[in-house]
Every structure is written in C-alpha cells, then in structure tokens.
Ligand binder design. Sequence first.
Ligand code: SAH
Length: 516
Amino acid sequence: MTVLKGKVFLVGAGPGDPALITRKGADCLRKADVVIYDRLISKELLYLAPENAELIYVGKRPGEHYRKQDEINQIIIEKARAGKTIIRLKGGDPLVFGRGAEEALVMAAADIQFEIIPGVTAAVATSAYAGIPLTHRDWTSSVALITGHEAPDKTCGESVCWEKLATCIGTIVVYMGVKNYEKITTRILNGGRDPQTPAAIIYAGTTPWQKTIVGTLHTIAQQAHAEKMKPPAILIVGDVVRLRESIAWHEKRPLFGRRLVVTRSRSEKSRLAEELRARGAMVIEFPTLKINPPPDMMTLHQKIQPLNQYEWIVFSSPTGVKYFFDVLITAGGDSRNLSGTRIAVRDISTAEAIKQYGIKADFCGAGLTSSDMINSLITQQRSLKNKKILIPQKTEMRTYMVQSLQKVGAHVICVDVYQISPAPHPPDEFQEHYEAGLIDGICFTSSTSVSSFLALMNLKNLHSFNDCHNIFSIGPVTSAKIIDLDGTISAQADQHTILGLADTICEYYQRNGSKS
Ligand code: SAH
C-alpha cells in the first residue's frame, strides 16, 4: 500500500497588492492542489494556482456563517492526509496576528509535513506605501506591533498595557480594532504621551484604493469616526508620521484613485492592465472575447507544411504567436522548423512574444495597424512576386493585407491558428463597479473589442455609456469604430501602442480630471 504524503505550505500573501507575495510563495501557489484562503486575499493571487486546483474560502463574510478555527484545522488535516499539496494562504505574514501559529501547532501535533513562508506584514507594507518609515535614526529606534482587537477595557496583566507602551516605544502600530481607536488613544494619552504626537490611519494599504488620514494622537480617533474609517486599517502613532509629507509616493502616481476598465480577450494577459496598474490605477479587466485553440490542430499543421516554403510568415499579435507555436509544438515540431523562413511582426510586443521561442523577427512594424505594417513590408521588400506568404491569424485588416500582397504578385495563404467567440457575460467585478457608478473610463485596443463590449452590455450604441465614462482608444481604426457607434473619444493614443495609450491616459487625467 502506498502511503500518501501531503504537505502544507503556510504562505503569507502580503496585505493587498498581489505583487507583494514572495517568489517562494508564488512558486508554491503554482503547484497547489488545494488553496485554503482568507478574506483579505487578492483574487489575482488565486489565478496563480493551477486551473484545476480546489479553492476553499474560509474567511468571514458579513452575515454569513464562517468557518471556525477548528473547522479550518480539520480541513487542512483532511486534505493533507489525502496526499494533497495544500497552500494555506493568509493575509500579510502568516504568523503576525494571523492564527498561523495555531495552525502550525495543529499540524505539528497531527504529524503533518509543513513549511512556513513569510509574507510582508501589514505594518511594514502599508507604512511603506503611505510614505511613513517605521523607524528613522533621527526620530525613533523602536517600533511595536500591537493588536487593538482585545477588549480595551481589560486592565494590565495578560492584555496590552497601553499606558506603559505610551512612553517606552517610539512608533506604535495598531492592527485591527478600528472601533476601539477612541479608547486606545485615550489610554496612550493617559500613559503620558504628548497629545501632539503625529498619528495616521491607513485604510486598505498598498491597494489602488488606499486611503490615509493624518492627525495627532489627540485628534485621530475622531477623524477616523468622521471619515467612517473601516477595516482593514492600521493606526500608526509616532514622530515618523511627519515624514509622510516628504516621502508619500503611492497616492501621488498619475492614475492613483482612477478605476479603469480594460477590454481584452479572455486568455491574453493584459499588458495594458499592467501598465495602468504601474501608474496607480485600479484596473477592472473586461474579457470581451474567448479564444480557443483550433478544432483540429493536426490537420491545420499538415495544411501549412512545410514551413520553409514560405518567404514570410506574418504575425499581428502575441496571441497569434502563442497559438501558432501551440499548433507547431503539438504536432511535434519546434522553432527549427522555421529556419529559412522570414518573420514579420506588427509591433514590439509581438516581436517580444516570438523572441520567447528563440526567434528574432526580421521585420517589425512601427506599432500601427496591420495594414500599415504590410504596406511598409511591401515598400521595404523590393519584390514579393511569386513569393509565398503565410498569415496564420485573423486580424481586423486581413482582407486588406491579402489584397495588397496579391497586387504585388505574392501568393498568400491564410489559416486561423485560433478561434474567437464572444465572452459569456460581463464580469461580476465590472458589474458591481458599473452599477455603483465608480468607473472612470474604458480603454479599447481594437475595433472588435468595441463591438463585442456593446454586445455583452446589451447596448445599441455608446451614447449613454459615454455620458459619465471616458473612452480611450489605441488608434485610428479603433477610434473609427467608436465614433461609428456613437461614442465620443476622450483621448486617442499619440503612439498607437500599449505604452502610448497608458501615457496618453495619464496626460488626459492630469489635464482634465474625471467626467462624472
Ligand atoms: N497576518 C496579517 C494580519 C492579520 S490581522 C499581517 O501580517 O498583516 C488583520 C489586520 O491587519 C487588519 O484588521 C488590519 O489592521 C491589518 N491589515 C491587513 N491588511 C491591511 C491593509 N491592506 N491595510 C491596512 N491594514 C491592513
């Protein structure tokens, strides 16, 4: 009989920004059979787990039954005994106020193998994103992390003695206990700390909706009440809070606080979303299309053999590159089958995609439309007469491309290395933000995504949507479609590339602010 050996990885996810997970933590997630996760975990991290991994939510949800610690322990033990690789994903660091220690003790007692992978704890991450260093040689050399969750009426003994902490610790960081701020600050004041000591509260630190308020030990609890601060929030008391004025950075990024929708095909990772997030925006991805492999890869592969008969193969997107190589590799081939064939790509991102397969593009378009790319290819290549050219994917301008190439005497072969179908419905995240009127703008990077967006939204034109939302377009073909559908474009990218679009959106908001 084989003995199944499961293993549990107790992983810290960081407090909000999914990029703050450690490399080791992310590697573990990619190998998970089961992910058991808490409330504050970013959904994006869950996408790292394999598609067939079991995801078990064990956090609290308002008004719903949530799992008690004993139940969680039981699930972990059961899954581990079934031989699974389990990721127990916890917010921040698993051992800082996270009950991770209790879970580790249970596993040790049950003789279950485990590893603990630390995470960036909320105090460290949120203070950094708010521009408040927890220590500074001129201001303070000590910091304490305290829970504000304990019943604050307890006097000293087992519980936190706020009066003692008041004067012996430089920076006091309070986790949890938003509703106890009044009592906590009063007790620190009673302990003899100067009422003018600067204090800050950071709500949802490290996220694009982070909110920070700054006051003094004397005023901060009332400010929190007035601003209706709610969890997850952290309170920082200490002179270091003064430094925020000089070193705050996260909230100063050009798109901070903007909620932008990015339309994209389902399986593509959105580079635009990445670029906008890097500029501080909250991005809601809206897949308009679903991309599927061709029904019969082997037949398709045979149809285009041998690849060295083509003078050129023309790619107009990273998706085309990905699916072309899927077909080639599934049929037992590899990059060497392309030796002797020249490769033309529409733009730099497509050139980067093909580089992943060890191939340098021989011709790269200037990042404009596929038709511009073909025109410049024709101009640059003196004669394409009688040359065979393969276009392995649908692009918005394929008919034009084929006709232009035929005019100069080329033989064009078109195949579809993938199939496109509409996405089933708008994503829930979009729906929630849309209904609450929280969306600032939408970005379109192709004319097909404009029409697919309207179809999914059940709208006839863009008119009503446009009333309170900005529309951004990557270039003239997309813009023409938007105008055709009664939309008004707030800005069109100066450079018709993803980077160009992200920069244009920043400039737009710096000049204009929001529409609604
Ligand atoms: N293990 C976690 C802490 C769990 S206790 C860690 O190491 O960070 C939960 C508390 O952490 C919240 O009530 C809040 O005080 C703090 N917290 C977690 N994420 C936060 C965030 N993004 N912004 C502000 N506080 C946060």
